[in-house]
Design a binder for this molecule. Sequence first.
Ligand code: PHE
Length: 451
Amino acid sequence: MSIAQTIHGSWASRWVFIFAATGSAVGLGNIWKFPYIVGLHGGGAFVLLYLGCILTVGVPLMMAEVLIGRRARLSPVNAVAALARESGRNERWQIAGGMGVLAGVLIFSFYSVVAGWVLEYVLASSRGELIDIGHVQASERFNSLLADPRTMFGWHSLFVLVVMSILAAGVVQGLERATRLIMPALFALLVVLLGYSATSGYFGQAWNFLFSFETRQLSWEGALAALGHAFFTLSLGMGAIMVYGSYMPKNASISGAVLTVAALDTVVALVASLIIYPIVFSTGVDPAVGPGLMFITLPVAFDHMPGGQVIGLLFFGLVALAAITSAISLMEPAVAFLVEHLEIGRIQSCALLGAAVWLLGTVALGSFNVLSGIELFDRNIYNLLDYVTANILLPLGGILVALFVGWQVKRSALRSELAISNSVLFKVWYLLIRFVAPVAIGVVFLQNLKA
Ligand code: PHE
């Protein structure tokens, strides 16, 4: 069957979409951020809130985003406008797409800084610098990296260059090829590492930490963080999944693909935690150490396991690869937008955007050292970027998409694009996207603004 092309290109099959979207979803959010925010928010209670958010808000919204993209086959800003036109609605809803382009650029700027730390650890493990490292030295090592703007700048620059080059190569030659190479390797390594941690003495303790809780641990703050993270980890609220949906073959089932992506993403986050927490408990580290968790505990663990040096190198290498596949999806909405609006080529668009995020990321990395004194709203620049995107822009983008799809787009268009033959399932989704998602996001969001 012939597939309508976008000007940007199309994925070869439904599976390429699934892998590309999983590549977008699985990233630093799963392997680095999820384990440490679980620690900060007390464990099992947070995991439960998070799973609830994924199921009731994340999955329905992801379906909505893919649906918009695939129906219009345009970059998010134009896709929303095209669907509004089709349903006879106001084209201004395209602001939902516009905010996403901005959010992607802002997230990229600090994502690249953390990816840079990962690259530094790839080099350090390949040189054997993490051998015989104790917990104290591991902390010192991480802190001295944060205090060194030059090294961080070098890695951040390299990461921007790599990601922008893949983007410049195009949807099929760049994005699809990177996905096909990286994803299988990532899954294989997670299985190996899980095997190691399952046989360590602290697996049971880690399991309890993640899956049991007391009701008094549930909090608004935890709920907001869980919702913000559900958006972040599924790459929602900013057009990444929407733009990937616009390259999806017309005959593929949206609901099946989305459920697969969400399930894979959740499994990776839980597995990453089951890999990291036994190590955390065996070294006696406080689970609430924050962002340094992966960089401090894992090197110590690798040092204690047979063949640990090689595994450590592979682990950080693959985290870097996971970060790359996510980062390309952060920028793709902006790249497609520039190509459609400025009518400049993909390569020029990538060069322009690359320069912008490179500059912004350079400022963000200063938050850990030379610019640490600069604070806005009680936050340094890095934390501000993280907070504004995860807690404000992504939820807001999500509400707009839910309201747009739930209340503006014609029901007949939704039915034909989703092609869910079971009408009960369609009704459940429609209910979630019209009422549950906007209300849940709205309540948690407002509660946070009050706090
Ligand atoms: N989902 C990615 C992660 O978990 C981050 C991301 C957010 C990517 C938004 C694209 C869009 O690391």
